[in-house]
Design a protein around this ligand. Structure first.
Ligand code: NAD
Length: 241
């Protein structure tokens, strides 16, 4: 990394959920490499705080902890998420509610509870994690696609409300990325993996770092006039019909 980018987030305080694995883990590493002090949260893995983001009151507690530890909060990346393939008729209420609880409600609560701290920052940044599933749907992904459409709407509305406070809110929408979330499907169905490789104009699946690097950009001053947007990081998959 060049010296300018290495210091781009110097002195910033960041909170990343889902940081025990995949995209969240790569994001935490990238923000730290750019100089941020990162507080990492996940159900599992080598993180600062093991917590379930759907637990009542947890999001306010996490914000208090990061502020106490780092003296403030500048960057919020709610990356914890869940996904699985389930035929629509097998979507029981509990499964649908769990997907919405992790992918939407916890994101909403964390943003809401972080606003007072972010308002104190001169560089407030929120990057939510959507999906290409917020533009299209796919069989077996009714709950997941609904949740990612919701995250995009939440992002746009929050950007309108928080803009006057200098806080930007953007949604990073990954395509097919090789992480523990997608590994079971890609291993069980090699043709599924090959389909996504063919679909991407760049001819490959994404790596967590491909996404993390763009998140770091959106968290930086370089992205200071960008807000309320969804950005596809998908190797050009969305350019194909
Ligand atoms: P991942 O499974 O590797 O990481 C997700 C992390 O979230 C895991 O470490 C998991 O423990 C954590 N998590 C789940 N539920 C939690 C909870 N209740 N409390 C705390 N932590 C919890 O998956 P990933 O691929 O890195 O996914 C990260 C984000 O990117 C998700 O929001 C996902 O929907 C999104 N996404 C991924 C892809 C992809 O192809 N991998 C594509 C589009 C969007």
């Amino acid at each position: 990394m060049d010296a300018a980018r290495a210091g781009r987030l110097q002195g910033r305080s960041a909170l990343v959920t889902g940081a025990g694995s995949g995209i969240g883990r790569a994001t935490a590493a990238r923000l730290a490499a750019e100089g941020a002090r990162v507080y990492t949260v996940d159900l599992q893995g080598p993180v600062d705080r093991q917590a379930d983001v759907t637990a009542p009151g947890i999001n306010a507690a996490l914000v208090s902890e990061v502020v106490a530890r780092h003296g403030g909060l500048d960057i919020l990346v709610p990356c914890a998420g869940i996904s699985a393939f389930h035929p629509l008729e097998d979507h029981d209420d509990g499964y649908f509610e769990q997907v919405m609880a992790v992918n939407v409600t916890a994101v909403f609560r964390l943003i809401r509870d972080a606003v007072p701290a972010l308002r104190q920052s001169a560089h407030g940044r929120i990057v939510t994690i959507g999906s290409t599933m917020a533009r299209f749907g796919d069989a077996g992904l009714v709950a997941y696609a609904a949740s990612k459409h919701a995250v995009l709407g939440l992002t746009r509305a929050a950007a309108c409300e928080l803009g006057p406070h200098g806080i930007t809110v953007n949604c990073l929408q990954p395509g097919a990325i090789e992480t523990p979330m997608t590994a079971p499907a890609f291993t069980a169905m090699p043709e599924f993996k090959a389909y996504f490789e063919r679909k991407a104009a760049l001819g490959r699946l994404g790596q967590p770092e491909d996404v993390a690097d763009v998140i770091a950009f959106l968290c930086s001053d370089d992205a200071r006039f960008m807000t309320g947007q969804g950005f596809f990081v998908d190797g050009g998959a969305m350019t194909r019909q």
